[in-house]
Design a protein around this ligand. Structure first.
Ligand SMILES: *Cc1c(COP(=O)(O)O)cnc(C)c1O
Length: 365
């Protein structure tokens, strides 16, 4: 009855399925949380970095005060590090907040928005929440078909979303193809380039996307502190855009959307190059460990440029259950239309080994 108070497009939203929290599995199966390995949400297996942790500890004493609503210090740091103006920065409570903010700022009923099949689930959710129409463009080899996405742009299209690398498939678009897309995209259509995993890329694969902002005022680059920077639990992300676009986004932003611990930690994380380098090193080694195991077992997988791999395994629901019962949490992808695939995040060597051992057990079963 009360549900009918909500507009139809809100009632039609299917809830986002996050990775199962460790505590929840422990309660469900009566397992000791300390024995559970969670490789389901692409978190940094090294945990929070030492500089960020020290900053959080220092900031604890100030928790009775509101955070700096303008994010002055963090924005100053981001501006210096990435070579943008402070007026180009929008801070978010995680980059999900920023993605939602973009949809809320620009979309309304009657608009459309383009994304790829298998692209990050938050885009269709954010679009649908505004009563706008989502246009999902068929993927090629699990990745974005940029030409088809451009062809799918209609007169009522306001935003195109591109995840690069994409989650959950791990695919990567080439910088040259992205530039071509931006050049051919109508100037009045916003292009959101979500680069949550860009820190993991080798330099030669990385897009110089922030430099592109000067040439393309319709480009919005979205970054996060949740992955390689190791701060998923604190929730910090950002959009870098033209001052005109950033100003609009900032008007809709909740003034205290990034809490003070998160601001302090993000500032410190930007200074911790050693931790970032170690995160990338651990990821590369773990990727090699996992993909070698898949090859050994004859399981096909999608080559990934992120901190996770999606592999094909027959009935993924069944395998997922098998793994959960043995305390290993990975990510089912049925909601993405991939019922025969699972996504595993790259963990520490011993976590990866645990996952591999349970997978081998399942294959022998
Ligand atoms: C993990 C991820 C994010 C980051 O989300 P936060 O809200 O910043 O934690 C954004 N985009 C993609 C594609 C992701 O996979």
């Amino acid at each position: 009855m009360l549900a009918e108070l909500a507009p139809h497009h809100i009632r039609a939203i299917a809830p986002y399925q996050p990775g199962k929290p460790i505590g929840e599995l422990a309660r469900e199966l009566g397992l000791d949380p300390a024995t559970i390995v969670k490789l389901a949400s692409n978190e940094n297996p090294l945990g929070i970095g030492p500089k960020a942790r020290a900053a959080v500890e220092r900031e604890l004493a100030e928790l009775a005060r509101y955070p700096d609503g303008s994010g002055y210090e963090l924005k100053a740091k981001i501006a210096r590090k990435f070579g943008v103006g402070e007026a180009q920065i929008v801070l978010g409570n995680g980059s999900n907040d920023v993605l939602d903010l973009i949809a809320r700022t620009f979309l309304t009923a009657g608009d459309s928005s383009v994304y790829s099949q298998y692209a990050f689930a938050v885009y269709p959710l954010a679009v649908q929440a505004m009563g706008a129409e989502g246009i999902a463009v068929r993927a090629v080899d699990y990745g974005h078909d940029l030409e088809a996405m451009r062809a799918a742009i209609r007169p009522d299209t306001k935003i195109v979303w591109i995840a690069n690398p994409n989650n959950p498939t791990g695919t990567l678009a080439r910088p040259g193809d992205l530039i071509e897309f931006l050049e051919l995209c109508p100037a009045h259509v916003l292009v959101v380039l979500d680069e949550a995993y860009t820190e993991y890329l080798p330099r030669e694969k990385r897009s110089d996307s922030i430099a592109w902002l000067r040439q393309f005022p319709n480009l919005i680059v979205v970054r996060t502190f949740s992955k390689a920077y190791g701060l998923a639990g604190l929730r910090v992300g950002m959009a870098l855009a033209s001052p005109e676009v950033a100003d609009l986004l900032n008007r809709l932003r909740q003034p205290f959307n990034v809490n003070s611990l998160a601001q302090a930690a993000a500032c410190a994380a930007l200074d911790d190059d050693a931790f970032l380098a170690e995160s990338v090193r651990v990821n590369l080694a773990g990727m090699a460990q996992l993909t070698a195991a898949f090859q050994r077992m004859g399981l096909s997988f999608i080559q990934s440029y992120g901190n996770f791999v999606t592999f094909h395994c027959g009935d993924a629901g069944l395998l997922n259950r098998f793994m959960l019962e043995r305390g290993v949490i990975v990510r089912p992808l049925a909601g993405y239309g991939l019922p025969n695939s699972l996504r595993v995040s790259i963990g520490l060597p011993e976590e990866n080994a645990r996952f591999i051992a349970v997978l081998e057990e399942a294959m022998d079963d």
